[in-house]
Design a binder for this molecule. Sequence first.
Ligand code: ZN
Length: 179
Amino acid sequence: MSLLPILEIPHPILRKKAKRVRSITKKELNLAYNMVDTMREAGGIGLAANQVGELWRIIVLQMPDEEESRIYFNPEIIKTSGSREVEEGCLSLPGYRGIVNRSMWIKFQGLDHTDQIVKFEAENLLSQVLEHEIDHLNGILYTDHLAEHQQLYSVTQEDEEFDEQSVETTESPASIQID
Ligand code: ZN
């Protein structure tokens, strides 16, 4: 396992659509496990393959309240409901945050690391991360969802530290760096 470089804007791969994974072999699994290591090292809670320069439909998640990382191949959102404003950041746009609209609730489907189909309903932070990461696979960045340009703002190191603390002590999905 190894750490992969995380691409930042304006790298063109971040704007490309990733291809479906045909079969989950050692190669795809190795990539996913390296993505998990890279995400954890960077302190993110999600990472999409585009962000490490691979155009395959693979995402990894590390939810703050879960011990194990999640790995999904060919992830899809098959249903959404509602809309809410949330704050997001992205490892490919370091130093910025923005307010975007995300669904209240989603129905998700994908393949896990054992090649089994998983389907579940998600809300709160989990649905936000899944929407953010699947957007990446379609070449979409969270800044595409900003209602107004001024809703993107830069954050200082002090703000980052403050936000990390506030995330640990509240259940609010706001003020968290997605990936
Ligand atoms: Zn991102």
